[in-house]
Design a protein around this ligand. Structure first.
Ligand SMILES: [Zn+2]
Length: 155
């Protein structure tokens, strides 16, 4: 059985370049300048946020970033995806609404009582700062996408 080759940024950029060349031929920038700026920016930001091959980079309890491969700066690996989303919500000063649907279980005779492990400068706090950066990227991508739709509708 052949093992799947690891995705690289170069592969993705090659695909994006092919799409850009086709778009260039069909919709020349001299006639569609605003669309090129808005849709191009939105496409690149969307790729960075959700599709680009990169590392999870969630700061673990060993104070080093997780180096598992993921697709998109805003996404986390299978172990840290949930905590990364929580950190992004925490960076906004709120709690992940998905927590409302989490049912947490503990055995009644469990010795381990729930407790907060956050101390100043702890990885959770650092991840909140990192989450703010990631969240700003996401918001910028959404604003660009909305601008792209507006540009198409207004014309
Ligand atoms: Zn991870």
């Amino acid at each position: 059985m052949a093992r799947r080759r690891k995705a690289t940024k170069l592969d993705d950029l090659g695909g994006l370049t092919v799409v850009a060349v086709l778009a260039y031929l069909g919709y020349p920038p001299k006639d569609y300048l605003l669309e090129w700026i808005v849709i191009g920016t939105a496409t690149v930001l969307f790729w960075i946020a959700f599709l680009m091959p990169t590392k999870c980079d969630y700061l673990t309890q060993r104070r080093k970033p997780c180096d598992r491969g993921v697709r998109g700066k805003l996404r986390g690996c299978s172990d840290h995806g949930r905590w990364k989303r929580d950190a992004m919500w925490a960076a906004l000063g709120g709690a992940n609404p998905g927590r409302l649907f989490r049912v947490m279980w503990a055995a009644p005779d469990s010795r381990a009582q729930p407790r907060s492990v956050r101390t100043p400068g702890s990885p959770a706090e650092s991840n909140a700062k990192r989450g703010l950066y990631d969240l700003l990227m996401l918001l910028t991508a959404i604003i660009s996408a909305a601008g792209a739709v507006l540009a198409l509708v207004v014309k």
